[in-house]
Design a protein around this ligand. Structure first.
Ligand code: MTE
Ligand code: MO
Length: 263
């Protein structure tokens, strides 16, 4: 019988089983990543070689977990097909009432004043940097019925309407060759997306929900609705948008949620 390999730090045996933690993280990798490597799973040993990690201390374990996560981001970005559409549904399938979710309770929802509201653009933007709600409402609008999927284990079909985000970026003179678009929200939430997703035809800067003005709980005055991404990549109450080549991270992403967050 072989004894399990122990991992030693300068101070002695590692209290946590480094190898099993990394193995669990590896199992979590999306099946998309397996497709990328054909039928072969990248082995733990292979990843250790690639990343130079030896898993002998906490820093090394954390480094490996970060590697796995960014590796997953890269794989998802490579596999993202900018023309592939998320499913759409008949209006009869809309969930009523639609669920509310945020990192706080519903009685903490921010109240944004419509008249004084301004959407501010920064970074790689040549054109108009300050937008009122009326200016946004004056742009061509469209709506779609899609499924919102939350990582916490629920999904619901809803109908959102607004401006195609790719069009908005062009109206604003944004550099669409930049890598990222970041969003800051009235409740201090923030997230960011890759440019191919920003330009996806179903990514909408939405101002309405189910035919009416977007209610406060669903993100008044606007929610970026991205049906190709998980719920946490769909920011509500957006007040600032930055077009940038510097990786911006996000509220949940910086706490370990996968940054690409494809659904
Ligand atoms: N500003 C802001 N946007 C946010 C969040 C948040 O807490 N604040 N939560 C996200 C998460 S995890 C989900 S599932 C959806 C929920 O949107 P809903 O309340 O319209 O269902 O909003 C996303 N966008
Ligand atoms: Mo979510």
């Amino acid at each position: 019988m072989t004894t399990p390999k122990r991992f030693l730090t300068a101070g002695g045996a590692l209290p946590l089983d480094a190898q099993s933690i990394v193995k669990d993280a590896q199992k979590e990798l999306a099946s998309s990543q397996r497709r990328l490597f054909g039928k072969r799973m990248l082995t733990l040993g292979g990843l250790m070689l690639l990343s130079g990690c030896d898993l002998t201390n906490d820093a090394s374990v954390n480094g490996m977990l970060r590697k796995l996560s960014s590796f997953n981001d890269d794989a998802q970005a490579l596999l993202f097909d900018p023309r592939k559409l998320a499913p759409t549904y008949p209006e009869s399938m809309i969930a009523r009432p639609f669920p509310f979710n945020a990192y706080y309770d519903i009685d903490q929802v921010p109240e944004v004043d419509a008249a004084s509201y301004r959407l501010e653009l920064s970074g790689r933007v040549q054109g108009r940097r300050v937008w009122t709600l009326d200016a946004l409402r004056a742009l061509p609008q469209q709506s779609q019925v899609t499924r919102h999927i939350c990582i916490e284990g629920w999904s619901a079909i809803g109908k959102w309407g607004g401006v195609r985000f790719a069009d908005f970026l062009r109206y604003a003179g944004a550099d669409t060759t930049a890598k990222y678009v970041a969003f800051h929200c009235a409740d201090n939430y923030w997230t960011s997306i890759d440019m191919p997703t920003a330009l996806h035809p179903q990514t909408l800067l939405t101002l309405t929900y189910d035919g009416g003005v977007l209610p406060a709980k669903y993100g008044f005055p606007m929610k970026l609705r991205i049906p190709t991404k998980l719920g946490y990549k769909n920011p509500k109450h957006i007040v600032a948008i930055t077009v940038t080549n510097t990786f911006p991270g996000g509220y949940w992403e910086n706490q370990g949620y996968n940054w690409f967050g494809g659904s």
